[in-house]
Design a protein around this ligand. Structure first.
Ligand code: SF4
Length: 409
């Protein structure tokens, strides 16, 4: 190859994928590759895939075809959840050279570096139950914030979810490694870290350490001003952690992304979730009691809540129960997902699937509710003085950033 080798990355899905792609890009840059944009001609394309819905799979296939059109002679490597779940389907797409399963994802650089000798397609499927590897990763493409991978995989078995099938069992990096990475991030001038993973509250499974230990250790890292917890199961956000956040000034921000999925106990049970609607509501009340002073009640802590609509068997009454709970809890934002039937999950086998038109209507109702709740949350903060970490470059005389409680300024 006469010219400097070029490589481009396309990343789909979650923050975890972004932290991993950014880490790959640093590895290839160090090895002398030029990182180019996916729209540019390249020698290699890497697609880091997501498979959370049928639509996500389709999107990956379309992107692979598009890249092959841009540079028909380029090599294409496909990694990520879709690559783990459906490697053969991907290998049938013209132009694909490498498909790596979850167990070999971390070896991408080595596999690509030795590809020329391989002569022909390389597939490294992984038996997911045998995947125990976890490779360190953090994102560094942005100006101010970094997504730090602290945990991977999940031992829960929610009946609608393929993530454990795609990413394997819960495992984590040692706290010492993560503290060293946080220092590396600080040395790059980034001052906010978002802890990311699949089920981060379950941190410690493979090292015997605890999520609380991790938070305390990271809190002492110099140069990092703010931490956000990307998403945490309600049952894993413990009173101990909240009392610590309330007792001393910590760098952990009053911003929680917590999955509810449904406000109806019958549905939660069918989803194999590990809490009831009342336990969820009590947890939100506890967070507010500990992290908000009385006059701030409901306006200080930003709650982003995940909700699935149209889970099999969800009646109109069940949906209304969820809607009423959200009206009572008044989170600042809703992440709304129409249920997606995923092969290999128990919920996909159920006969009482909800019609797409009903899902669409329920999504629309929750989107309106979310807009109303978000506007109310921002207004409740009007007049308050807040520290904002400006993120974007000056565009037309405007810059944007977020307050500690995730209001965009
Ligand atoms: S907690 Fe449930 S929904 Fe979340 S990744 Fe694990 S199995 Fe999936």
């Amino acid at each position: 190859m006469s010219h400097q080798p070029r490589i481009a990355f396309v990343t789909l899905g979650c923050k975890l994928n972004f932290s991993e792609s950014s880490t790959f890009a640093r590895q290839f840059t160090t090895a002398g590759y030029q990182i180019v944009r996916p729209v540019d001609k390249s020698d290699w394309y890497v697609v880091n895939t997501c498979s959370v819905t049928e639509h996500a799979d389709k999107k990956c296939r379309n992107i692979i075809r598009k890249l092959h059109k841009i540079s028909p002679e380029a090599r294409i490597a496909v990694v990520g959840c879709y690559a783990q779940l459906k490697p053969t389907e991907i290998l049938e797409i013209e132009g694909v050279d490498i498909v790596l399963g979850a167990g070999r994802k971390g070896d991408l650089f080595e596999v690509i570096s030795s590809y020329e000798e391989a002569r022909g397609q390389v597939t490294c499927p992984s038996a997911i139950e045998e995947v125990h590897e976890i490779f360190p990763a953090y994102s560094s493409g942005e100006r101010t914030r970094s997504f730090l991978k602290v945990q991977d995989g999940c031992d829960y078995r929610c009946s609608y979810c393929t993530v454990p099938l795609a990413r394997g069992g819960s495992r984590n990096l040692p706290i010492a490694t993560l503290v060293a990475q946080a220092r590396e991030i600080a040395a790059k001038g980034l001052c906010e870290i978002v802890l990311t993973g699949v089920n981060i509250g379950d941190f410690g499974r493979t090292t015997g350490e605890s999520f609380f230990d991790l938070l305390k250790a990271l809190n002492d890292v110099e140069g990092i001003a703010r931490y956000r917890i990307s998403s945490i199961e309600p049952n894993l956000l413990t009173r101990e952690i909240l009392e610590w956040m309330a007792s001393a000034p910590t760098k952990f921000l009053p911003h929680f992304h917590i999955p509810l999925q449904s406000g109806c106990d019958r549905t939660l049970n069918a989803m194999h979730r590990r809490y009831t609607a009342q336990m969820f509501e009590d947890k939100i009340a506890l967070v507010r009691e500990l992290l908000e002073c009385p006059e701030e009640r409901g306006s200080r802590v930003f709650f982003g809540i995940d909700v699935i609509v149209g889970f099999p068997g969800e009646s109109e009454e069940d949906f209304e129960t969820t809607y009423r709970l959200l009206e009572r809890v008044k989170p600042a934002f809703l992440h709304i997902f129409p249920y997606s039937r995923r092969p290999g999950t128990p919920a996909a086998e159920r006969a009482d699937q909800v019609q797409e038109s009903v899902k669409t209507e329920r999504v629309a109702r929750l989107e309106q509710l979310s807009d109303r709740l978000h506007a109310a949350f921002c207004l409740a903060n009007k007049g308050r003085e807040a520290e904002v970490l400006f993120e974007s470059a000056n565009k037309g005389g405007m810059m944007f950033g977020y307050t500690d409680n995730y209001i965009r300024i």
